[in-house]
Design a binder for this molecule. Structure first.
Ligand code: SF4
Length: 123
């Protein structure tokens, strides 16, 4: 895909984090309670600060941890529909640049990521 780095997907983010995502960011020196919070279902998600992901630079609209970003951010705009099918979120202006091969590959990774997140849920 050809991300336009518009930062739209970083607004009011609810991006789910795996334990691996959290460990990678902690290892780089970030504090979990500053970049993440868990929801009522025990799922860790990126934390917003003033309506945007706490890692997004508000002036440049660039991600401060792009190379270390959560797997879900890498996979976006590939997503799962409520019925469980692999879909592309057309809210992303670059949605049309995701080809069939990428959609399929990212769909497999996304299902794996969500299984891991579910297994690590704080119950
Ligand atoms: S993934 Fe899409 S919404 Fe997010 S920054 Fe890139 S172009 Fe914008």
């Amino acid at each position: 895909m050809k991300c336009q780095r518009c930062g739209k997907c970083c607004e009011d983010t609810r991006m789910e984090l795996s334990a691996k995502d959290i460990r990678r960011l902690e290892k780089a020196g970030y504090r979990k309670d500053e970049f993440a919070q868990h929801d009522s279902e025990g799922i860790w998600r990126l934390r917003n600060s003033e309506g945007i992901c706490s890692f997004l630079n508000p002036s440049s609209r660039e991600c401060n941890v792009y190379e270390l970003r959560p797997v879900g951010c890498y996979l976006y705009p590939v997503n799962l529909s409520p019925e469980g099918g692999v879909v592309i979120d057309d809210a992303c202006p670059a949605a049309g640049t995701v080809d069939g091969g990428e959609k399929k590959k990212k769909g497999v990774l996304l299902r794996h990521q969500l299984r891991m997140i579910d297994a690590n849920r704080q119950r």
